[in-house]
Design a protein around this ligand. Sequence first.
Ligand code: NAD
Length: 386
Amino acid sequence: MKDVLHIGIVGLGAAGRAFLPAIAAHPGWQLVAFADPAVQVRENAHSELGVSAYASLEDLLAHPGLDAVYIATPTNLHPAHVALACAAKKHVLVEKPMATTVAEASQMVDAADAAGVVLLVGHSHSYDMPIKAMRELIAGGTLGRVRMVNTWCFTDWVYRPRRPDELDTALGGGVTNRQGSHQFDILRLLCGGMAKSVRANTFDWDPARRAIGAHVAHLDFIDGAAATAVYNGYGNFSSMDLCFDVSEWGYMQPPASRPVTRRPAVGATAEDELRAKQLRAKTAIPGAAPYQPFFGLTLVSCERGEIRQSPNGLFVGSSEGQREIVLPSDQSPRDLVMAEFHDAIAGRAPALHDGRWGRANLEVCEGAIASSAQGEAIALRYQVPA
Ligand SMILES: NC(=O)c1ccc[n+]([C@@H]2O[C@H](COP(=O)([O-])OP(=O)(O)OC[C@H]3O[C@@H](n4cnc5c(N)ncnc54)[C@H](O)[C@@H]3O)[C@@H](O)[C@H]2O)c1
């Protein structure tokens, strides 16, 4: 294998841009090209990044010496883009949720297997250092078995500038697909991966902004553990109020310094929102944070102790009182994604967040939405152990 793998990004929006520092920071990766059909995005990024710029993924895949692609296009395009990348025998990192249906995810898994390439799904907040450390603490066994994990996240997701597909469940939009994919990944990682069933209610309660904007989901695991995920994207409360004022990306944001939720202006067109989204893309996901990231509050109940995030790591409560474990803050979640991707390609360690893991997360998203529609629990068939 080459010492330095050459990677291209397809889709240079909010997610795509957020990976630039992590790619630059890893000695085993070099960004050599990107593709984006939006002329303005392409021209600006070309002069900023100084790498080859293409209008389509097909052209990017023909870039000489390319080893891997990071697919950060709108979710409904992921299946076709992963198929093209696998056919060109490139290793693939694809954003979450990996697709809009489990059936598509299965085709993506099969395509990567047939091509003999690594398929990784990320970033997700299960890469956050405190979540990783919770998992290691659980695996250490001193606190006993995990019995419950509860995660709460309240944001203004619904009202941020959006493309129409981001609000359309069938195209992978709405908070259960887009944000549930983070939460279910966290819950599965902490509870061992093997969820048996999901029962959920999803909500779409603003007639001026139709989308699944909130949910409550209950997951049962095969070893008797249970977990809940609550998400509310309607912007009237922030889970930073439960999380020491620390933001999703690890910045201290007391209420007075938080950006005000701005609902799209009455009469704003899809083009207006797209422009606003493109403007926001550069700063939407900041890197190099001083505190640990908080995707809301996650509380793990083990037989002999409770674990939750602290601004600098974890609080662990037990019969001996509460102690804090301070965690390193020199690696962002996306640094850990690029390390996992490189290790998997180099054969140093198999990927945890591979296509099958991503499909299992998507199965919970799909199951939660179906459960709400049908009013009953949905059995899960594609789960894999952590
Ligand atoms: N992991 C995270 O924290 C995170 C955060 C935001 C978004 N996402 C995921 O990233 C994906 C993209 O979301 P986003 O918010 O960055 O969207 P975005 O609109 O900001 O960016 C998408 C980019 O893809 C480009 N694009 C559209 N069609 C294309 C095509 N056919 N070929 C190449 N490029 C194309 C667009 O021009 C745009 O620049 C989604 O799947 C979303 O779920 C993940």
